[in-house]
Design a protein around this ligand. Sequence first.
Ligand code: AMP
Length: 190
Amino acid sequence: MSGKNVVLFGPPGAGKGTQAVKLSELLSVPHISTGDMFRYHIKNDTELGRTAKMYSNKGELVPDEVTIAMVKERLSQKDVANGFLLDGFPRSLPQAEALDKILTELGIKLDHVINISVADEEIRSRLAKRATIEGRADDADPQIIQNRINTYKKQSEPCLSYYRPKNLVKDIQGCGTIEEVFNRIRSVFS
Ligand code: AMP
């Protein structure tokens, strides 16, 4: 099996979370989701949670320095020695650059950036559906959904131009069933 240091990338609603759970099981590596980490802090009303809430409620990114510090701390833990699956990070160019620095310090090399692509219309309908199923506050309001799509295009998508020249990006079509998408992802590791 090829390298297990993986970033899962894609717009909101691409199915990153669902695929990440399955892929982390397949690779036996920890699933590190910055969205889940922020939601945990928000639920427990920690200081970090209160900061994160101000941004995630609006469909904006939590400031880079806050997010980078949280990921740096997580990647310093021992369980990433055999690989990791980052879900939802990096999401801005400064985060991608910071990740490089963190990994260099740890003596780790990134192996794959799995880019799940989904059309805008499909994103909107998936997020609206998720709002009714999971009750996520940031999925419920069309204006917040639009903000998240805009934020993705403006701040997150440039990460792909950062990783493409490094030959790390594996493009995966996000349409179809969960299993169909997972089989495409799985083929990267065979
Ligand atoms: P997600 O579940 O990945 O869609 O994340 C939910 C929310 O958490 C996002 O809309 C952001 O407000 C925040 N968030 C998650 N990951 C990041 C990140 N890498 N950088 C900044 N904010 C993030």
